[in-house]
Ligand binder design. Structure first.
Ligand SMILES: [Zn+2]
Length: 339
């Protein structure tokens, strides 16, 4: 009998150790995992700051990190904290940051919906020359002064959260919300920058005041005649130029917004957009001056000039416009819609 009791105790202990304890632990782990999932679950139906919205149709952003080739999956608005803080200075007006958040969200949703395959398994990359700039919270915080970090980050989060679910649509369709740094006072028609640009009726040329007050407004590139010729010869082997001729370099044509459309350099004609990329000019709004040994390109504005100007958005916010007014100024005939 004593032996039987002993065996029963052993069996009881066995059940306790092998079955009951692991079951309890697993349950606790599952609860923890659920909690973790909830804090990150910005993908589906949500209510943030009183706005109800639903991201479930778009899922998470599959973000390609260009420097290591890794793909990270991030909830849309978490991804936008990294985009807004990389794309726009945190000391810009809150309404400008909100306009940036909505433009970036719109661009993101557009890419997820329309641009499958651009980056294989990813929706977007973190390179601003290709998709949108993005920076991790850690890297961002390190770049800000210690006494401003917390406030700056909270301001970015507020810009994204207070516009949660909001995107820009044109006739019910999500738009391709291009933006750039400084328009030089007047934005550009998309059709003058990209061959398919005429398909975007909401990307017209509009004027904005106050952009000349920003450092991005003026810039200059000085290049020697010899270096210029070398650079052009790499792509146009037949170029011939006599710099002693009065009109050896001449702007032939401007776009409707006043940017350079075509330049004659020696015996060839080159598009303004091509000159910009070859010489790393900040925009196609430039003038050319020939000096003794050098050519001086004086440039107005920064970026392709299409869609929302970021400095223009800040300037408009300073003049008392809210983010909806800013977006409706830069994107013609649009609506702000909640998804
Ligand atoms: Zn990209």
């Amino acid at each position: 009998m004593k032996t039987l009791n002993k065996y029963l105790i052993y069996i009881f202990l066995f059940i306790l150790i092998v079955i009951v304890f692991p079951a309890i632990c697993t349950k606790r782990r599952n609860i923890k995992a659920e909690e973790h999932k909830d804090t990150l679950n910005q993908d589906s139906k949500n209510i943030v700051e009183g706005i109800s919205y639903d991201y479930s149709k778009y899922g998470r952003v599959k973000l390609l990190h260009k420097k290591n080739g890794q793909i990270e999956e991030i909830a849309i608005d978490e991804y936008l904290y990294g985009v807004v803080s990389a794309e726009m200075p945190a000391n810009y007006e809150l309404e400008a940051l909100k306009a940036q958040a909505v433009a970036a969200r719109t661009y993101t949703v557009y890419q997820i919906s329309n641009n499958k395959g651009k980056h294989d398994d990813a929706d977007m990359c973190d390179d601003y020359t290709c998709c949108q700039a993005w920076i991790s919270k850690d890297d961002r915080m390190k770049k800000w002064n210690e006494n401003k970090r917390e406030n700056n980050w909270n301001k970015i989060v507020k810009a994204v959260n207070s516009t949660a679910g909001k995107i820009i649509t044109y006739k019910g369709e999500v738009i391709n919300a291009f933006f750039h740094s400084n328009s030089g006072g007047k934005t550009e028609f998309a059709s003058n920058v990209w061959s398919g640009g005429k398909d975007f009726p909401y990307l017209q040329s509009v004027e904005t005041s106050g952009e000349d007050g920003y450092t991005q407004y003026n810039s200059e590139v000085i290049i020697s005649k010899k270096d210029l010729l070398e650079k052009i010869r790499k792509e146009y082997k037949d170029i011939q130029i006599n710099f002693n001729e009065k009109e050896s370099i001449k702007i032939l044509e401007y776009t409707e917004s006043g940017r350079v459309k075509t330049v004659k350099i020696g015996n060839i004609e080159i598009a303004g957009t091509k000159v910009r990329s070859m010489l790393n000019l900040k925009s196609t709004n430039f003038s050319i001056k020939l000096e003794k040994d050098n050519i001086v390109f004086s440039v107005i504005g920064y970026g392709h000039g299409v869609g929302m100007s970021q400095t223009g958005a800040d300037s408009m916010a300073k003049q008392g416009n809210n983010y909806e007014e800013i977006l409706k100024h830069f994107y013609t005939g649009i609506e702000i819609t909640t998804i």
